[in-house]
Design a protein around this ligand. Structure first.
Ligand code: AMP
Length: 218
């Protein structure tokens, strides 16, 4: 299975990507996680990406395309992959298509997660992220067992700088301008399935499983 998860920030793509990847033995490729890891490790790429990310702007296409190309050559991609947060621009989608052609593979589905703007803002402002690992929680909807401490690794939970209100507004504007055009890009290729992402994690996960089991796009 080779999947792309599309949708505005805060629609729950990352959470569902984790689930679908572990259920199906797929490699989850999250450009956001890869970039945050590079920032934490203070690599040259991380240092370049940080100021874009803090402001909620997109990191240059050439940087993320390089990251994804490397990951797609990873042998753990054998059973397939789920791309979370990539592509985010039409040029990224075009580059991805070229990389897949080179590897003689193609995408199976692009899932477009749909959640109201109001809910997205609630999800993002209440999100708390571990400073040490990629785990995320929500103050109201998915609190950690001990306040401020990551259930997975015991690291401190923080509010990402790009989950603060001003950066959220920028991220949503960037999504509307640069990422939303990918909906019709993939629709035209017959790859797009819409998914209501507004329920609980479990409900969305069950609906996603049903959508993935159907052959025809929605
Ligand atoms: P995310 O965790 O997917 O919301 O990504 C966090 C931030 O990483 C974004 O706001 C961007 O600054 C950067 N980023 C992640 N994926 C991409 C991408 N495909 N293209 C450009 N920037 C990205």
């Amino acid at each position: 299975m080779r999947l792309v998860f599309l949708g505005a920030p805060g629609v729950g793509k990352g959470t569902q990507a984790d689930k679908v990847a572990s259920l199906n033995g797929l490699l989850k490729i999250s450009t956001g996680d890869l970039l945050r890891e590079a920032v934490r490790s203070q690599t040259p790429l991380g240092l370049e990406a940080k100021s874009f990310m803090d402001q909620g702007k997109l990191v240059p296409d050439s940087v993320v395309i390089g990251l994804v190309r490397d990951k797609l050559s990873d042998p753990s991609c054998g059973k397939g992959f789920v791309l979370d947060g990539f592509p985010r621009t039409v040029p990224q989608a075009e580059e991805l298509a070229k990389v897949l052609v080179d590897r003689k593979i193609s995408l199976d589905r692009v899932i477009n997660f749909q959640v109201s703007r109001e809910d997205v803002v609630k999800r993002l402002t209440g999100r708390r992220s571990c400073q040490k690992c990629p785990a995320t929680f929500h103050l109201d909807f998915a609190p950690s067992k001990v306040s401020g401490i990551c259930d997975r690794c015991g690291g401190p939970l923080i509010q990402r700088s790009d989950d603060q209100r001003e950066a959220i507004e920028t991220r949503l504007r960037v999504y509307d301008e640069q990422t939303a055009p990918l909906i019709s890009f993939y629709e035209k290729q017959g790859l797009l399935s819409n998914l209501d992402g507004s329920g609980s994690v479990e409900t969305v996960s069950q609906n996603l499983t049903k959508v993935l089991a159907t052959r025809k796009t929605a």
